[in-house]
Design a binder for this molecule. Sequence first.
Ligand code: GLA
Length: 352
Amino acid sequence: MKNPPALRCLFRPFATMALLGLACLVASCSRKSESTAAGAPGTTRPTVGSVKIGFLVKQPEEPWFQLEWKFADQAAKALGFTLVKIGATDGEKVLAAIDNLAAGGAQGFIICTPDTRLGPAIVNKAKAARLKLISVDDQFIGADGQPMKDVHHLGISASKIGENVGAILAGEMKKRGWAAADTAVCAITFEELATAKDRTDGAIRALIAAGFPKERIFKAPLRTPDIPGSFDAANVLLTQQPGVKHWLVCSTNDSGVLGAVRALEGRGFGPETAVGIGINGTDCIVELEKEKPTAFFGSILLSAKSHGFTTCEMMYNWIKDGVEPPRDTRTVGMLITRENFRQVLREQGIRD
Ligand code: GLA
């Protein structure tokens, strides 16, 4: 119970001081939500006039989204607002969550939607409930099939990061002296999501630019964007292409590459015969920590801090001071491998 100002105010005996007491109480409650905002949702009580922000993510079990939340928690603590973290895994949950946020007195929310085509419905609901809205990671798609550029968004520079992956794969192939004739690319794709398509398209473009033969690049579409989905997609491709001696693997994120690496292992491929580069740099830490190297060579570490902390800061300033965030913010990434990941993760505040 670290609330001396509140207690002092509550016990002030003079009626003339009642107003001041109320002000103290409000201030101390705000501080209380500051200190508990990092805890479980629902543990903090909002105060009249205090800022409350929702943070909805599509895959709450994934390390990337847990890290976004971790940085959002840090923003809540640093700025002193109440953070409500909600795992919104389908459209119904998203719409119900927006209702609950509005009923609970929130003024805005940040969302990585489970389906970008929900964009117009989310915008309408947010407008009706007078909630400010920032999309993160996955940009909304409008009824016309185009990105909803009027919705404030923070996401990655997907094409550039994908191209980076492709260029690194081409370089690793060269270093190993693999011949194009017995090497192939396994691109685990999720083309219904624009940021995912941009990433694998970018990787393929860079591989071709580096001279890799187009006809030896194979796409394996994900049915579900997770490790089991990628394992299945890769297995189908590996069955169809039994003659390949060396594989280069790219995908939309770490999970996409991890599933493929596991499928490759099932067929006898390892770090001597396959190279995979992920994206996120957060869902592959356990893989990189493994004592023996695997075909998962490295990953482009994204800035979870920008996606979690900065989005919250933008929303907070918007709610509190009317400072509208930029319409479109794009973040970059950097390669982590077994060589440097411990140091980089420490520098980025991801690992101690
Ligand atoms: C998408 C992916 C996540 C992560 C984010 C980064 O949402 O599904 O794994 O890569 O983009 O913005």
